[in-house]
Design a protein around this ligand. Structure first.
Ligand code: MG
Length: 402
């Protein structure tokens, strides 16, 4: 039972500290135990604009909360992950995918005694730079930019969102996130070279990111490999026979589910198989990463950073299972004839609008017209389109390109 703290004539911070002490004495609150290789909030390299500490949230908890309260985060709800809303209200969108990544990442981080607050902030921000229409939108935007000698990259775009585009605070532009969160955005599934991206040198490009950031690449894949099998099956694009033949790890767990629940409906046996697969990937990532840390004698964040390879990893056996599942999804879902027409539509909508605003910059909203005075027009048009949700870009296409 939590008892009320004793309070006297104290400031609210003093009150807060005495209530923490009281909860600790009562055994109601256990200080989190971080491994030596975990990032500690108090060791953060800090924010671009220094801010006073918060009385009861550490810097990474504040970063997580700032991401959740941003506009770009809310817009993820109306951005495609793989399936547009046309298919079903039950399928993942980029927001629910993000929440699944956060859930899986928190579990793994807790088991490895990593900093769960940092991991959660990194998971919630990991897809914030994605344009509308999933991979097709990204491809079309990049192609449109390349025609002007430029390019689109969602990690770099995400960094611009959190550093510049979000305007919520009177004291600074952007979200003023901690260094470790910005570094994690830049090092998500990609190693940038300082020679090609001199503006990123502050992010220690020659070093590996901390384990908290390394995890996100792999949990992202655990989340989408399993979720896309689920949605693909529900959409009747993937059949059970196809998945059984193409994804051996799924077949293994389906057999077990059939033995355990012979009379259960097919979809529930399917769910049990998927659950077994998800659990195997998560457990393997925890045990393999843990044993790599032990065998390499890694005891500090500095050692993680200096290690020649990323340390978060699956075992070779499970990595092969993961690779086969991913390959199966590429062949049978992402490039399926059922999703083809929608992807072509998405590419057409993005490229039509891109060309329209390049030819008619005066039709851009006022704030983007202003930006075009100091930045290349293609970058301004690209930023505008990348921020859009699926329904909003369709509306704009209807308005300008019909
Ligand atoms: Mg993702």
């Amino acid at each position: 039972m939590i008892m009320a703290p004793i309070s006297g004539f104290q400031s609210s911070t003093d009150n807060h500290q005495s209530s923490i002490l009281w909860l600790l004495l009562c055994g109601e609150m256990v200080p989190s135990m971080l491994a030596g290789y975990a990032v500690r909030a108090e060791d953060s390299r800090g924010r671009r604009y220094p801010e006073p500490p918060h009385p009861y949230r550490n810097p990474f908890q504040r970063d997580r909360d700032r991401v959740i309260h941003s506009r770009a985060f809310r817009r993820l709800e109306a951005k495609t992950q793989v399936f547009t809303r046309r298919f079903s209200d039950h399928f993942r969108n980029r927001l629910t995918h993000t929440i699944e990544v956060a859930q899986i990442s928190r579990t793994i981080a807790g088991e490895l005694a990593l900093n769960v607050d940092l991991v959660e902030a990194l998971a919630l921000v990991h897809d914030i730079g994605h344009p509308p229409f999933g991979h097709a939108g990204e491809k079309a935007l990049d192609a449109a930019m390349r025609a002007h000698g430029d390019f689109f990259d969602h990690n770099l775009h995400a960094l611009r969102i959190v550093e510049d585009f979000e305007q919520r605070y009177a004291a600074f532009r952007g979200l003023n996130l901690s260094f470790e969160v910005r570094e994690g955005i830049i090092k998500h599934s990609h190693d940038y070279k300082a020679a090609e991206h001199p503006q990123l040198t502050e992010y220690l490009l020659e070093q590996r990111p901390p384990l908290e950031a390394q995890l996100i690449d792999l949990t992202d894949e655990i989340a989408y490999d399993t979720a896309d099998l689920d949605d693909g099956y529900e959409a009747h694009i993937l059949t059970l026979e196809q998945i059984r033949a193409g994804v051996p790890v799924f077949e293994h767990f389906l057999r077990a589910a059939v033995r355990a629940y012979p009379d259960a409906p097919d979809k529930l046996k399917f769910n049990e198989a998927l659950r077994g697969m998800l659990n195997r990937l998560v457990t393997d990532l925890i045990t393999t990463t843990g044993s790599r840390l032990r065998s390499s004698g890694i005891a500090t964040v500095e050692a993680v950073r200096a290690h020649p390879q990323r340390l978060a990893a699956f075992s070779p056996e499970v990595d092969e299972e993961r690779r086969r599942a991913k390959e199966f999804l590429y062949q049978n879902l992402y490039y399926s004839s059922e999703l083809g027409p929608e992807k072509l539509d998405a590419e057409r909508v993005v490229s039509d609008l891109f060309d329209y605003w390049m030819r008619n910059p005066s039709a851009l909203p006022g704030n983007y017209r202003e930006k075009a005075a100091s930045e290349p027009l293609q970058r301004v048009v690209c930023d505008y389109i990348a921020g859009m949700t699926d329904p909003y870009i369709l509306q704009q296409h209807e308005k300008f390109c019909r």
